[in-house]
Design a protein around this ligand. Sequence first.
Ligand code: ATP
Length: 261
Amino acid sequence: MEQNYEFKLDKLTVGYEGKPLIRDITLSLEKGRILTLIGPNGAGKSTILKSIARQLAALGGRMYFGEKDLAACSREELARTMAVVLTDRLHTELMTCRDVVAFGRYPYTGRFGLLSAEDKEKIESAMELVHVQELSEKDYGRISDGQRQRVLLARAICQEPELLILDEPTSYLDIKYKLEFLSILLKLQKEKGLTVIMSLHELELVSQVSDRILCVRGEYADRYGTPEEILQEEYICGLFGIPKELQRSDLGKEILSSILI
Ligand SMILES: Nc1ncnc2c1ncn2[C@@H]1O[C@H](COP(=O)(O)OP(=O)(O)OP(=O)(O)O)[C@@H](O)[C@H]1O
């Protein structure tokens, strides 16, 4: 029987060089749910995601995925559990886009890194899904930011994770690819029970895809709730510090109406 995994943070404190930035984040998320982090520039969304992905050491607290204590997982186990797409650039010297996607299979290839026929098939179908086949032989260092974002998504998909961590995954995508990206996420959520934790700046997309929203502001995660609970005018304007005159202007009203529920 499939376990109803839950992602849990218990008083997670994150920051740099021993100095806490966000303290005591506590939340739980059911398997197959999409959690979106929102908040102003510099609030700490990437810092939280890097800490969950264990690319930055947490300063305190615990993180669980199902029964697994994420801090105690081996690198291999972590790679079989979660795929991570952060904004940091990969160090790739003369790698083709296919090579970058193929990295997604490394948790499964054994110590010599040899790709089986099944691995190769998964690499091709992930590239097909996000439409990057035409980039497969191109140098990863010489493609556009939006193309790079899609190649990294293909890498994450062929890793077949249970948990997908994404930092601003749509920031460089044009409207077609933004829609395509969101529909792929919803498909993976529905068909594979994928759990997703991501940050988004495009608030108009947040209500379309999120089951839960975590709001990051100041020293604490300010609120955690459903889109209906969070995407309310007064709260969102306060969270982002939108001045009253902008909020009341025609442009402000129009933009806010596409975001709020
Ligand atoms: N490597 C680092 N060392 C020290 N401080 C850092 C480091 N990286 C980021 N910070 C600081 O941590 C704070 C949070 O940054 P973070 O990138 O997590 O914010 P964010 O919410 O993702 O912002 P944005 O929406 O602009 O991407 C900022 O004040 C930033 O200057």
